[in-house]
Ligand binder design. Structure first.
Ligand code: C2E
Ligand code: CA
Ligand code: CA
Length: 473
């Protein structure tokens, strides 16, 4: 293709003959069948590429015949993760395969069924008389899914939550249809599963992308699609590796890789953030212990985990921490919890109680983004704090000489008087590092030392950090 991509082409040719039967020329065609090549290998259904192409055609078709409607059903299984977890992925896969003829049974030949990935399916009903007929199909599919009670000789219990978009020519982008169907599906799910909901524009407020993102994140948590990256923290005078900050990452099949800035604000509006935090806490503890077992040099390293206000106030944190420590055999002092200073701006007894409890487990608490949050000093002095993390904006300004040297100096002096450590985050240049060192900062973290890395990269850092990371000033 002119754009550099390769396409699959079906080449057909035949001889054109004259009246005497002599071949006089070749006639042929080249058909682009790239889309036809793209099926889901597990189920043989269309995959996303083919689906999008299909919906585009349906939109085009309906544009020419005004008034006609079609429907898109977004189907997500309930209870699929439990099957995968308890019976294994192979059984999970077989379940998906067995669902295909059951779903197909509810469709006409002209309808399309596609698998988006995981346990998500899309059904396109080409022409529907009215809303009711789309609902009928959804209900038949739900009956079919619910009646699958045995896979590989094992008992299973699943159901389907379905979001329905009744679409007409007013939709001209496939993404909009899929997004609305996703929003409706999420509604069905949160309304108690095994239900269907018809999308209406009212569901778009509050802002639809937020809701869709929230739904997608909830599913990512269900399906364990959140991962953790680790950013080294080093001692500033010696360059010695001290540990890592664990940072959440989310790989979404549609949206690609999402950074916390994109999903943490959304997650913070619901209890999802506590699930994110718990997931990262568990995974970071498990991972640190695994490194310790595999690499002797990892022995003294610790891990820092970010904790949100909701998680801290939920009351679950101390219990979760206790369990993580018990499971992994880590000591409380191997773990540091990072709490943003802004969370401490207002009086919060539930939070202070949680602080006290984790403090008794020996877990250290770091005040994150220090200098931006407005925590009264009297409150700060009351809390069992082990370190202050200087927000990266102050570190960034150290190059410019815009007065942040004074701020960093004040934070270091405060930390000294409280007897706690100071960590500078966002260290990007050697100049920043040497100024921080001169100002008495104890530890550093930032791109200069290392970017956050997936766990596979960390053993090399642990083993070779003295040599590989040129850290000393
Ligand atoms: P944070 O706790 O201040 O984390 C440090 C952020 O600074 C990370 O961004 C890190 O990648 C970035 N960073 C590190 N070194 C440098 C540098 O040299 N220069 C610059 N410009 N940036 C640097 P990330 O991973 O995108 O995380 C952003 C924020 O999201 C975090 O800020 C934290 O507040 C929040 N977050 C991340 N993971 C979690 C989590 O599991 N739970 C909660 N509640 N919040 C999280
Ligand atoms: Ca942090
Ligand atoms: Ca920070």
């Amino acid at each position: 293709h002119r754009d550099g991509a390769f396409r699959w082409v079906l080449a057909r040719g035949l001889a054109v003959r004259d009246a005497d039967g002599r071949a006089i020329r070749m006639a042929g065609s080249q058909s682009d069948i790239t889309a036809g090549k793209v099926v889901d290998p597990l189920t043989g259904l269309s995959n996303r590429v083919l689906l999008i192409d299909r919906i585009e055609r349906v939109i085009e078709h309906h544009r020419r015949r005004s008034g006609a409607q079609f429907a898109v059903l977004f189907l997500d299984l309930d209870g699929f993760k439990a099957v995968n977890d308890s019976l294994g992925h192979e059984t999970g896969d077989r379940l998906l395969v067995e669902l295909v003829p059951r779903i197909r049974r509810c469709l006409r030949a002209s309808d399309t069924c596609a698998r988006l990935g995981g346990d998500e399916f899309i059904v396109v009903l080409d022409d529907i008389g009215d809303e009711r007929s789309a609902v009928d199909v959804a209900e038949r599919i739900q009956d079919q899914v619910g009646s699958l009670d045995c896979v590989d000789g094992c008992e299973v219990r699943i159901s389907a939550s379905i979001g329905i978009v009744i679409a007409d020519a007013s939709y001209d982008r496939v993404e909009d249809i899929l997004r609305d169907a996703d929003v409706a599906m999420y509604r069905a799910k949160t309304a108690g599963r095994a239900r269907h909901e018809i999308f209406d524009v009212g569901m778009r407020q509050p802002p639809d992308e937020r809701l869709a993102l929230e739904g997608a994140l909830a599913r990512a948590l269900d399906q364990d699609r959140l991962s953790v990256v680790y950013q080294p923290i080093v001692s500033l005078p010696s360059g010695r590796l001290l540990g890592f900050e664990a940072l959440a990452r989310w790989h979404d099949p549609e949206r690609g890789m999402l950074l916390p800035e994109e999903f943490v604000p959304v997650a913070e509006e619901s209890d999802l953030i506590a699930r994110v935090d718990r997931r990262v806490l568990r995974e970071a503890c498990r991972q640190l212990q695994a490194w310790r077992e595999a690499i002797p040099a990892a022995g003294p390293l610790g891990v820092s985990v970010n904790v949100s206000r909701r998680y801290l106030e939920s009351g679950h944190l101390p219990h979760d921490v206790r369990r993580c420590l018990a499971r992994t055999g880590l000591r409380g002092s191997d773990l540091e919890l990072e709490i943003a200073e802004s969370m401490l701006a207002a009086e919060a007894p539930a939070m202070e109680a949680a602080f006290g409890e984790v403090g008794r487990l020996g877990v250290r608490v770091a005040i994150d983004d220090f200098g931006t949050g407005g925590c009264p000093l009297a409150r700060l002095a009351r809390l069992p704090v082990a370190s202050l993390k200087i927000h990266r904006s102050f570190v960034g300004d150290l190059d410019a000489g815009s007065g942040s040297e004074d701020i960093v100096g004040v934070i270091v002096a405060l930390a000294r008087s409280m007897g706690v450590a100071v960590i500078a985050e966002g260290v990007e240049t050697p100049l920043q590092r040497s100024r921080l060192h001169a100002l008495g900062c104890d530890r550093a973290q930032g791109y200069l030392i290392s970017r956050p890395m997936p766990p596979e990269g960390i053993p090399d850092v642990i083993v070779g950090h003295g040599r590989r990371l040129q850290l000393t000033t």
